[in-house]
Design a protein around this ligand. Structure first.
Ligand code: NAP
Ligand code: COA
Length: 262
C-alpha cells in the first residue's frame, strides 16, 4: 500500500551519521523508502555494511562508510566519498552517540572525553565537514538529541553536557546558515523501544516498564515515530522551520528531569 512517504524524496540524497543500528538506521531506511539515495556511516565496518546492504535490499541506493565521527579529517573524506557517489547532499542527519550510566565522580577523564568527543565534537565534525557538500539553497540538517539536553538527569553528566551543547550548535548554525537556504533542526527522542540507548538506561524489564508507565502517553515510543518526524523535517512541508528543538517523546520533557530508566 502506498503511503505519504513514498516518492516524497525522489531524486534527493541523504547522509546519516551513526546509522548502523537503532533510531538512526530507521531514519536512514525511511529516507530511502521515500526515494532518497542514502549514505550511512558508523565506526564498525561490519555493522555499517550490513545496514547499507539491508537498505539496498529494499531497492534503494545506499553506500556504507566505516568512519569514527571523532576523526575530523576522516569525516571530511567520508563526505567527499558520499558526494562523489550520490552528488550534493539534500538531507544531513547527525546522530552518532555514546552513553553509559555513571555518577559524575565515577566518570573518568577518558570516559567524559569519549562521550563529549562523540556526541558534541562529532556533531561539530559532521556539520563543519558536511556543509561544503550541502545543496544550497534547500538542504535540511537534523541532529538527534536527547531529553538530557533540556534537563539535568543524574548519572548522565557527560551526556547532559554534550547534548545541551549540540542543541546550542543547532540554534547558532540555524541563524548563520539560514541566509544560504539551509535549515537546521534537532529531534529529541523520548524513551524509544528496542534500542541500545534504552537498554543501557533501563537494563531490566522492571526499569523498562517503569519508564513506559512514567511517560504521559503511558508507553515507549517507536523508531518509526522518530523516523516520520525526521521525514517531515526534511520535506517541503517544513520549509519555514529552522532552529527548532523538537521533542518526539510522548510529553516526557514536560515533566522535567527524571532519573534514568524512569
Ligand atoms: P545505537 O543503536 O547505539 O546508535 C548509535 C549509533 O552511533 C550506532 O550506529 C553506532 O554505530 C554509532 N556510533 C557510536 N559511536 C560512533 C562514533 N564514534 N563514530 C561513528 N558512529 C558512532 O543507539 P540508539 O539508542 O538508537 O541512539 C541513536 C540516537 O538517538 C543517539 O543520538 C541517542 O543519543 C539518541 N537517543 C536515543 C534514545 C533512545 O531511547 N534510544 C532516546 C533519546 C535520544 P557503531 O557502533 O558502528 O559506531
Ligand atoms: N562506567 C564508567 N566508565 C565507563 C563505562 C561505564 N559503564 N563505560 C566506559 N567507560 C569508560 C572507560 O572505562 C574508559 O575510561 P578509562 O580509560 O579511564 O578506563 C572510557 O569510558 C572510554 O571507554 P572506551 O571503551 O575506550 O571508549 P570507546 O570510544 O571504545 O567507546 C563508549 C565509547 C564508552 C561511549 C561506548 O559505550 C560506545 O561505543 N557506545 C556506543 C553505543 C551507545 O552508547 N549507544 C547508545 C547511544 S544513546
Amino acid at each position: 500500500m502506498a503511503t505519504f512517504r513514498d516518492g516524497l524524496l525522489a531524486g534527493k540524497t541523504a547522509f546519516v551519521a551513526g546509522a548502523s543500528s537503532g533510531i538512526n538506521l530507521q531514519i536512514a531506511t525511511r529516507l530511502a523508502q521515500a526515494g532518497a539515495a542514502v549514505t550511512v556511516l558508523s565506526r564498525s565496518p561490519e555493522k555499517i555494511e550490513a545496514a547499507a546492504a539491508g537498505i539496498r535490499a529494499t531497492g534503494a541506493k545506499c553506500i556504507g562508510i566505516a568512519q569514527d565521527v571523532r576523526d575530523h579529517d576522516g569525516v571530511g573524506a567520508a563526505f567527499a566519498k558520499a558526494a562523489d557517489t550520490h552528488g550534493e547532499i539534500d538531507i544531513l542527519v547527525s546522530g552518532a552517540a555514546g552513553n553509559f550510566v555513571a555518577p559524575f565522580n565515577g566518570i573518568s577523564y577518558n570516559g567524559f572525553r569519549a562521550v563529549i568527543d562523540i556526541d558534541l565534537v562529532g556533531c561539530y565534525n559532521v556539520m563543519r565537514q558536511g556543509f561544503q557538500h550541502l545543496r544550497k539553497p534547500g538542504a535540511s540538517v537534523i541532529t538527534i538529541s536527547a531529553p538530557q539536553s533540556l534537563h539535568p538527569y543524574p548519572f548522565q553528566a557527560h551526556v547532559n553536557a554534550a547534548k545541551a551543547g549540540a542543541d546550542m550548535l543547532v540554534k547558532t548554525i540555524a541563524v548563520e546558515w539560514g541566509p544560504q537556504g539551509v535549515r537546521v533542526n534537532s529531534i529529541i527522542p523520548g524513551p524509544i523501544a528496542d534500542t541500545e540507548g534504552m537498554n543501557r538506561l533501563a537494563p531490566t524489564p522492571e526499569a523498562m516498564a517503569k519508564s513506559a508507565k512514567g511517560n504521559p502517553m503511558q508507553r515507549l515510543g517507536t523508531k518509526d515515530e522518530v523516523a516520520d518526524l525526521a521525514l517531515f523535517l526534511c520535506s517541503d512541508a517544513a520549509a519555514y522551520i529552522t532552529g527548532a528543538i523538537i521533542p518526539c517523546d510522548g510529553g516526557l520533557c514536560l515533566q522535567g528531569a527524571g532519573r534514568v530508566g524512569g
